[in-house]
Design a protein around this ligand. Structure first.
Ligand code: COA
Length: 385
């Protein structure tokens, strides 16, 4: 048992830490080349089918996409998806999944369970010792019963679970919620699971955004330090922020259904004003990080690593520079955007999961999310053991 655990065990104060994280990566992946080839085939077909209207000036022709633009504008080179074939079939370009019966594990729960099992195994934790499951993600497969409760049951957890959605910040909001449960004594071990099947909210026929998202699932095990494994990450502090904005929006809901025939302008799927998002979110998040570091008496320029939300390489470059005071290298601000794309709330957790083992005890870093809402969350962490 580490010294922190001993002193807190003695004082009886519950203190939340990250015991482990888990990751499920779908085996299938779409490269920019494959994506653009399918998009451009769709554009050609569409323009050919509407040649007369286009020639008469009644319709604008659709423009092709380009691999060069995608990589330069976003840093994305590929994205994992749960079912590749229909997404890159120019005649479909939508997700298709085999329907499952109510007695089968649903798709979103399945990948959430896989990520959760990974986290539990890494922590050496028996699922029976977990008290709560939060399914924190941008989209839920259904309104109820909660995805979290299905995941809870599949893992054999005796406790409670519920779903929460704060778009790209769902995971960090989930971590703070879990940490608060631990601090309050309402739970000692909480799984924050973020299955992000973002291929379902992406408009694959919209040139401006068809390249952005990918599918994945992550899990974070937040526990009282007194039961955490020797190797864990202290949570120094968490801070959440929301500011209403229409610049990233999705109007899908039980009162609004998607229109399968609309092209490039379907507001029942993800839509954004990418430039405005970029301009407004970078200063908001950089300022929030620096303020929070100050509150925690952490020198932001001395942070060993930033695990930032993975939406755009340019945004991360600017935020990291403002926080660290110099241009960050890959070691200081690792990216997973190139192979995963934007995975919504899971992005910063994947970055953390894949890039934390090399850090030494005492190293301090930051997990940070930002996105629709707007919403942003910071989780300052310090490695123990
Ligand atoms: N292929 C080729 N050209 C494209 C294209 C594509 N797929 N999509 C857009 N373009 C063109 C546009 O038509 C425009 O042409 P113009 O200059 O002749 O008008 C040009 O490229 C620039 O388009 P723009 O939309 O301004 O690109 P951008 O440089 O702002 O990059 C984003 C777009 C979305 C990558 C970028 O704005 C971004 O990442 N913003 C933040 C997004 C974010 O974090 N969102 C949160 C989601 S959770």
């Amino acid at each position: 048992m580490n010294t922190h655990a001993t002193s807190h065990a003695a004082s009886g104060v519950a203190r939340p830490v990250i015991s482990a994280t888990g990751l499920f990566t779908p085996p299938e992946s779409i490269s920019n080349e494959e994506l653009v080839e399918s998009f451009n085939a769709f554009v050609e077909r569409h323009n050919a089918a509407h040649a007369d209207a286009i020639a008469a000036g009644e319709m604008e022709p659709l423009q092709p996409s380009s691999v060069g633009f995608i990589e330069k504008a976003s840093g994305i080179k590929a994205r994992h998806v749960m079912n590749k074939a229909p997404l890159i079939d120019p005649a479909i370009m939508e997700p298709r999944h085999e329907p499952r019966g109510n007695d089968e594990l649903s798709l979103m729960a399945e990948i959430g369970v896989a990520a959760a099992r990974d986290a539990l195994e890494r922590a050496g934790r028996d699922a029976r010792d977990v008290d709560a499951v939060l399914c924190a993600a941008s989209n839920m497969q259904r309104p109820y019963p909660a995805m979290a409760i299905e995941i809870q049951q599949a893992l054999g957890i005796d406790g409670f679970g519920f779903d929460m959605n704060v778009a790209c910040s769902s995971a960090t909001f989930g971590i703070q919620t879990a940490a608060d449960y631990v601090r309050a004594g309402n739970a000692r071990s909480v799984l924050v699971v973020s299955p992000e099947i973002t291929s379902g909210h992406l408009n694959w026929r919209d040139r401006d955004s068809h390249f952005i998202f990918g599918d994945v699932a992550t899990a974070v095990l937040v526990e009282d330090t007194q039961m955490a494994p020797a190797e864990h990450w202290d949570i120094l502090g968490t801070r959440l922020k929301t500011v209403f904005s229409n610049n990233i929006r999705n109007n899908f809901g039980f009162l609004n259904r998607a229109d399968p025939d609309s092209i490039g302008s379907d507001d029942k799927l993800f839509v954004q004003e990418g430039r405005k998002v970029f301009k407004e979110v970078v200063p908001m998040v950089a300022e929030m990080i620096v303020d929070e570091a100050q509150r925690l008496s952490v020198d932001p320029t001395g942070l060993r690593r930033l695990w930032l939300h993975q939406a755009n390489a340019g945004m991360n470059r600017l935020i990291a520079q403002r926080v660290l005071g110099h241009e960050a290298n890959d070691d200081e601000s690792p990216t997973v955007l190139d192979t995963y794309g934007n995975t919504s709330s899971a992005g910063s957790i994947i970055a953390f999961h894949l890039n934390n083992e090399d850090l030494a005890a005492g190293d301090t870093g930051l997990i940070c999310s930002f996105g629709a809402g707007y919403s942003a969350g910071t989780v300052f962490v310090r490695k123990v053991a």
